[in-house]
Design a protein around this ligand. Structure first.
Ligand code: AMP
Ligand code: ZN
Length: 474
């Protein structure tokens, strides 16, 4: 399997540290607002990666953090702690806000058929681990204490400036996401906070804990180093995030982790490109900010959103429009219709001819090739449609599509239990049999007349390689 590794900027053959085990850490949500459709893209991406690894025989251990400590934002609402802002807005405590949005996030992900990580770890539940990691960084000379915060000294970590192919430190400092909350005591502009003190503008910070450096709260980056290494070890296989994590968050994680352990932190870094709406960055002020709730409230199946995500390879930017979502919903509905028909036609297993057997194997290989080529989901979807339109027997088609759906996660196996069609009336069946007999006797004019009769009763007949299928007129 090939993956594009953002650290080396090369597409590489994936080789885990201790096969068949794969350790995978996926940066989680900052839980101060509803999950939006951009988040959906990232977490469906993680889900596809995990399902593909499982299909290829790996045993994945999937760990995800929940950033439930409030931090300042670098967005338009600069200068206010996101969690505290949410708490004020809704008249809740910061803890209640964090729990509410955490629950909401995971139920949105359930709606997108995203498998729950094996370990979901909250930053607030891992304060001792973060403190202990900061202590190690002190003992190794990477951390320094100031009256406002404990900082990581980036000049002590060799190669920091060029991680992920970035340019010079000075050029990237502008991108520092949380630089707005860091003050005058930093030795270098790119140094970042490991621990904030509850003083100055943070004197009233609602979430706070005692530490060797006084009362305060952890910086944003340290939680990911502390928790990923706790659950996956000092070195593990895959770490993911959105492309916005390439300039700051992930280099900082590498510096903290490798600084503390002296070992290589992560082998493969996977970054998902962004989702934009109508070609623009999603933002509340532009009125183009949609949550997964909004999609559901519009009566659109959230799995149509998942289908829409799969139409683009994860490294490409994806442009959301309601029209594009409708098209995805129509394609998914069509796929479901085929699956229901296949299921109803699927009879006892037939012996496959060599030619059809070869076709099944070819489809499987094509599907796997697409996914092992850096998770090419649009190509994999195309193979699903090729199978649907092929002439292999219904039973095999059905089984193959179900097998593929273990990866695509479009919930096609549940389709069979949907109360989709009422049973075909006996009168229609009798006419269908009559038509079949006339066709066999090559009495086509008469068989067409019977077909018209069937149509007038609200049903139509489709002739497939496996026989004719009766369904309500569309
Ligand atoms: P946040 O809660 O803002 O830290 O975001 C959680 C994850 O979602 C991060 O990995 C982000 O990179 C990703 N993310 C946020 N916005 C988008 C977007 N519009 N498109 C794709 N991924 C996003
Ligand atoms: Zn992270």
């Amino acid at each position: 399997m090939k993956l594009f590794n953002s650290l080396t900027r090369k597409t590489e053959e994936f080789v885990p540290l201790a096969p068949p085990h794969v350790g995978m850490y996926t940066c989680g949500m900052t839980v101060y607002d509803f999950a939006h459709i951009g988040h959906g893209r990232k977490y469906v991406g993680d889900d596809i990666l995990r399902r593909v690894l499982t299909r290829f025989g790996y045993e994945v251990m999937h760990v995800q953090n929940v950033t439930d400590v409030g931090h300042l934002s670098s967005d338009a609402d600069e200068g206010e702690d996101k969690m505290e802002k949410g708490a004020k807005k809704y008249g809740k405590t910061v803890w209640e806000v964090a729990q509410f949005y955490t629950d909401h996030f995971y139920s949105s992900m359930d709606a997108l058929n995203v498998l729950r990580p094996h370990v979901i770890c909250k930053a607030t539940a891992h304060i001792p681990e973060q403190i202990s990691l900061i202590e190690t960084l002190f003992s190794k000379g990477f951390a320094y204490d100031t009256p406002e915060a404990v900082y990581f000294d980036v000049t002590k970590f060799e190669g920091y400036a060029t991680l992920f192919g970035r340019q010079k430190l000075e050029e990237k400092k502008a991108a520092a996401r949380q630089s707005v909350q860091e003050g005058e005591y930093k030795k270098h502009p790119a140094d970042f906070a490991l621990w904030f003190k509850r003083t100055g503008r943070f004197a009233d910070h609602a979430m706070h804990w005692l530490s060797p450096w006084g009362d305060g709260f952890p910086g944003w980056h340290i939680e990911c180093s502390a928790m990923s290494m706790k659950y996956l070890g000092s070195s593990f296989d895959i770490h993911t995030g959105g492309i916005d994590h390439i300039p700051v968050h992930h280099p900082n994680e590498i510096a903290q982790s490798e600084g503390a352990t002296g070992k290589p932190f992560v082998r493969y870094w996977v970054h998902y490109n962004f989702l934009r709406v109508d070609g623009k960055k999603m933002s509340k002020s532009l009125g183009n900010f949609f949550t997964i709730e909004d999609v559901i409230k519009k009566g659109v199946d959230p799995l149509a959103l998942r289908y829409f995500y799969l139409t683009s390879q994860y490294r490409n930017e994806l442009n959301f429009t309601w029209e594009a979502l409708s098209a995805a919903a129509a394609a998914l509905a069509e796929l479901r219709k085929y699956v229901i028909n296949l299921k109803s036609q699927a009879s006892a297993r037939q012996t496959l001819s060599d030619e059809k057997l070869k076709k099944v194997d070819e489809f499987r290989a094509k599907f796997d090739d697409a996914l092992s080529n850096d998770l090419n989901t649009p190509q994999a979807l195309a193979v699903v449609w090729e199978v649907i339109k092929s002439n292999i027997p219904s039973q095999d088609k059905y089984e193959l599509v179900m097998e593929f759906d273990d990866v695509m996660g479009l919930g096609l196996s549940e389709t069979e239990s949907l109360p989709v069609e009422k049973p075909v009336p006996d009168a229609v069946r009798v006419l269908a049999d009559k038509r079949e007999a006339l066709r066999k006797a090559k009495k086509f004019a008469e068989s067409d007349a019977v077909r018209d009769e069937i149509l007038s009763l609200g049903y139509e007949i489709e002739d497939t390689p496996e026989g004719s299928v009766i369904r309500p007129r569309s």
